[in-house]
Ligand binder design. Structure first.
Ligand SMILES: [Zn+2]
Length: 144
C-alpha cells in the first residue's frame, strides 16, 4: 500500500480500505454511556494501519477517543510518522475530531489528512491547518 495523500481521493482503494478498517473499529467501540460509537484507522508513512475506537468509562473524563487511541497504539509500536486518519461514525454528518485529538494529531503529524466518513456514505476531508490553525506545537517550546 502506498502512502501518498493523493491516493486518498474518494473511491480510491486506499481510502476504501481505511474507511472499512475504521468502520470495523467502530463496531468494537465501548460506548455504553453516549451510544456514540467512533472508529479510526490511522495510516502511517510505512504503510501500516492502526485502528482505534472510543472507550468510555463510568467516570466520564476517563474515556478515550478513537483517534487518540489509534495514535497511542501506533506510538507504542514504534510508529510516529502519519499520513492520514479516517474517522467513522454512525452520525448523519461526518464527525470532525474533538479539540484534544486535534492537539495530539498536531504533535505527530502537522500535515495529517483527516477524513471522516459515515455509515450512510457521507464524507469530509480536512487538513490540520483547517482544524487547528495557530497551533501550539513542539516548536512553541523551542523543540524540533
Ligand atoms: Zn477526541
Amino acid at each position: 500500500m502506498t502512502t501518498r495523500t493523493d491516493d486518498l481521493a474518494p473511491g480510491s482503494r486506499q481510502r476504501t480500505v481505511l474507511a472499512e478498517r475504521a468502520m470495523l473499529a467502530k463496531e468494537r467501540a465501548y460506548a455504553p454511556y453516549s451510544g456514540f460509537r467512533v472508529g479510526a484507522a490511522l495510516l502511517a508513512t510505512d504503510g501500516s494501519i492502526t485502528e482505534g475506537c472510543n472507550v468510555e468509562n463510568a467516570s466520564y473524563p476517563a474515556g478515550m477517543c478513537a483517534e487518540r487511541g489509534a495514535i497511542s497504539t501506533a506510538v507504542a509500536r514504534g510508529v510516529r510518522d502519519f499520513v492520514a486518519i479516517v474517522i467513522a461514525t454512525d452520525a448523519e454528518q461526518p464527525t470532525p475530531p474533538c479539540g484534544i485529538c486535534r492537539q495530539v494529531m498536531m504533535e505527530f503529524a502537522p500535515r495529517l489528512e483527516v477524513i471522516s466518513v459515515t455509515r450512510g456514505g457521507a464524507d469530509a476531508r480536512w487538513t490540520m491547518s483547517d482544524l487547528l490553525p495557530a497551533a501550539f506545537t513542539p516548536t512553541s517550546l523551542g523543540r524540533r
